[in-house]
Design a binder for this molecule. Structure first.
Ligand code: MN
Length: 291
């Protein structure tokens, strides 16, 4: 390596908290990474590490709530996630699938473990990201992108040693499936045991890797399952060595250098905009959705 990306820290899972009764999450952002702009445009990373849920007659999850000013991105690794929103979208994503919801000017939604999955119980594992929107796009019309595993851009490693799934952005000339409002790369990378993959990401992009499955060495440092590697904005090259079969979630994006005003489910630039969001929500401007 001539210009390796320098590792700033390797962060073990922070203490978990519950989102509703369906998502047992480790709050890597904000929380594990303290500064709320450190991984901009990524603002929040809630990680539900593998956990076994017992069968439940009632669907587990979180009821109707609003969002404004950003995008929620949910990646299902184990189990299935069901979604309803006030723009009329209803969807289920299964293992490997992604839902990319642009809350924009305002939306109500509810998020659950899928009905049949809830009934049967089983291993559940997912990630939810909050991707910030640049000020000029915060009030964009809400939209929903269901991105199933087979629609990712795909790069197959030589000798079938693994795969780079491009969820957003690009890898070489392979384009991701998601439309984004600012430049970023989101990769799901799977490597077979003892295989290696080298790639580049821009120096100025904020970059981290979450170890979803397996143990690895990343730029020669050991990384255990469920840990997160945060890189400095220095160097471009990343080398992944799979010590077991591995799944990596790579997040890398151009920082949005704008003020952040965060309050509950709203992510704006100023406190005044937060107050407007709260007022609009209570005035019913986010639409309607039945519980
Ligand atoms: Mn939500």
């Amino acid at each position: 390596m001539n210009n390796p990306k320098i590792i700033e820290s390797i962060i073990p899972p922070p203490p978990h908290h519950w989102v509703g009764n369906g998502f047992k999450v480790n709050g890597f952002m904000p929380g594990g990474i303290r500064s709320e702009s450190r991984m901009s445009p990524f603002f929040l990373l809630d990680y539900n590490a593998k956990v076994e849920f017992p069968p439940s007659e009632k669907q587990r999850g979180v009821g109707v709530h609003p969002h404004r000013g950003f995008e929620t991105v949910t990646i299902a690794y184990k189990g299935k996630v069901e979604h309803h929103d006030s723009a009329g979208n209803h969807d289920v994503i299964g293992e490997g699938d992604v839902q990319w919801m642009t809350a924009g000017s305002g939306i109500l939604h509810k998020e659950y473990q899928e009905k049949e999955f809830s009934k049967k119980g089983g291993i559940f594992q997912m990630v939810q990201l909050w991707v910030n929107l640049p000020a000029k796009h915060k009030m964009t019309t809400p939209k929903y992108q269901p991105i199933t595993y087979n629609t990712f851009g795909k790069y197959i490693l030589p000798e079938d040693n693994g795969i780079v799934n491009v969820i957003a952005g690009s890898y070489k000339d392979i384009k991701g499936a998601a439309y984004t409002f600012s430049p970023m790369n989101v990769y799901d990378i799977k490597l077979n045991k003892d295989s290696t993959f080298e790639f580049d990401l821009p120096e100025k992009y904020n970059t981290c890797i979450l170890m979803i499955e397996g143990d690895s060495a990343i730029n020669d440092q050991r990384v255990s399952e469920n840990n997160l590697v945060l890189f400095k904005n220095s160097g471009t090259e990343i080398t992944l060595n799979a010590l077991t079969n591995c799944t990596f979630l790579v997040l890398s994006g151009e920082p949005i250098n704008e003020p952040i005003a965060a309050h509950g489910p709203f992510l704006m630039n100023t406190d005044k905009e937060i107050q407007v969001a709260i007022d609009d929500y209570y005035a019913g401007k986010f639409g309607t959705l039945e519980d």
